[in-house]
Design a protein around this ligand. Structure first.
Ligand code: CTP
Length: 441
């Protein structure tokens, strides 16, 4: 496939050398189009050596070949990484003052941009408006990762890892990266039993990058808290990051999303929620259940990523509990309803796809997957994403690894990598289960 890799002037340009390697090693013919300023970060020789093609930056180079038109026309996929605030602004404004922006105007193939910049620049209303404009035109703009930026500062603005960008870009044209290490999981990419998603399947609901367009999805995230008294609660360590990644990934793929967020810190919900994600904050399991069921009444997909307290105190003290000298305290707990099992047993909408997560540790009675299989059968969800927790895995970590089981406990796929990569992998599996839209024509 003919790919144009655009590189604009950000320090993360060095990561695009790895992205280029991934794409060429996957057998693609990649032409690199850097902006003139980006050559301050990575020079022409690097791009020429790694791509095996001459590199031009200007519309005045090699005028006889009219490259600014031919490169865009011939491209089957355009990836811009890093996309700086300036590049996003010029692309949104329809400028064509260098070869890359000219290519963006002439290309008629899927375009993916991976922004990277300082947090303030990403969050500035001007950048938000430019991103919204590009997205409204069908450009697939990834959200940047959060983490360490160029200086000592941290926050949203980091370029996502090259494997994540490559996987997201190839997904737009119904392709995947080959499984480089042969471990069956791909590098941040899902493997689904039954083969890769066929290109025609990816277009059922719009173009390849918007395969959830027209779908309404509900995602629960975080961990519920059950109050003991006005200041104390029973809770868990879930941060809500995986649920947030699921909500963002669904929105980026065109879905309307309701995120039922149980005690999710605002700092987790960065970059700020895209317009097509409605966030419903909740605290207790009862509140979560009510919010999920209300939103699920007209949803196509419900994903229960929240860690839900199985028990709550039978009573909540009106005033702060006082200790009495030397005496212990026995709490009486009652069981909470199982929100996922209820949704699976009695669908709120015909054809609704219900997905659960299972956080498991192995024990003397079975390993993580044994427990996962038993839970899949017990809960009856269409998909159960089983992940190992404890020993530093799962909660609060940047990466995740899940095995996807169907309602009979059979394995349908695996995904490993960043929480964003796992989120996209899960939607890849969900998309196969959603009934095709009823043609009203
Ligand atoms: N879940 C739910 N309602 C509950 C408990 C869990 O909807 N009261 C959902 C979670 O959101 C998740 C799935 O069920 O999608 C599995 O959660 P998990 O905590 O792994 O399972 P439990 O049902 O709590 O089982 P156990 O603690 O016995 O392993």
């Amino acid at each position: 496939m003919r790919i144009v890799l655009g590189v604009s002037a950000g320090i993360a340009a060095y990561k695009s050398a790895l992205l280029l390697r991934l794409l060429t090693e996957a057998g693609h013919d990649v032409r690199v189009v850097p902006t003139p300023a980006s050559l301050q970060f990575v020079g022409r020789a690097t791009w020429e050596a790694l791509s095996g093609h001459p590199v031009t930056t200007d519309v005045w180079d090699d005028v006889a070949r009219v490259e600014h038109v031919s490169l865009g026309r011939e491209a089957e996929l355009v990836v811009v990484a890093p996309a700086t605030a300036d590049l996003l602004a010029r692309a949104a404004g329809g400028h064509s003052d260098d070869l890359l922006t000219a290519v963006l105007l002439t290309a008629r193939c899927p375009v993916l941009m991976a922004p990277a910049m300082h947090t303030e620049m990403w969050e500035h209303p001007a950048t938000r408006a430019n991103v919204a404009t590009l997205r409204s035109r069908g450009v697939h703009v990834l959200d940047p990762d959060s983490g360490r930026l160029t200086g000592p500062d941290t926050g949203p603005g980091r370029l996502p890892e090259p494997a994540v960008i490559a996987a997201a870009a190839l997904r737009l044209v119904g392709q995947t990266l080959p499984d480089a290490d042969g471990d069956g999981t791909g590098d941040g990419v899902v493997t689904l039993n039954g083969g890769e998603r066929a290109p025609d399947e990816s277009t059922t609901r719009g173009d390849g990058g918007q395969d959830l367009a027209g779908l309404r999805v509900v995602v629960s995230a975080g961990g519920t808290r059950e109050p003991l008294d006005p200041v104390r609660y029973l809770g868990n360590r879930s941060t809500g990051r995986q649920g947030w990644a699921l909500a963002r990934a669904a929105a980026a793929r065109g879905a309307s999303v309701t995120l039922v967020a149980a005690n999710v810190e605002p700092s987790v919900l960065t970059p700020s929620a895209p317009d097509d994600v409605v966030v419903r904050p909740v605290e207790t399991t009862a509140e979560l259940r009510a919010a999920v069921r209300e939103a699920a009444a007209d949803a196509d997909v419900v994903v229960m990523a929240a860690a839900i307290a199985d028990y709550r105190p039978s009573t909540t003290a009106e005033h702060k509990l006082k200790k009495s000298d030397g005496a212990g305290l026995t709490l009486e707990l009652v069981q909470n309803p199982d929100v996922l099992a209820e949704l699976a047993a009695q669908r709120l909408r015909p054809g609704q796809v219900v997905v659960g997560f299972a956080a498991e540790t192995g024990d003397g009675t079975g390993d993580v997957l044994d427990h996962g299989r038993a839970k899949a059968i017990r809960k009856g969800a269409d998909l159960l994403a089983v992940n190992a927790v404890g020993g530093g895995r799962g909660f609060g970590t940047p990466d995740n690894e899940v095995t996807l089981l169907d309602a009979t406990g059979a394995e349908v796929g695996r995904a490993a990598g960043s929480k964003d990569a796992v989120a996209h992998a899960l939607w890849d599996a969900v998309v196969r289960l959603v009934p095709p839209p009823v043609d009203s024509a």
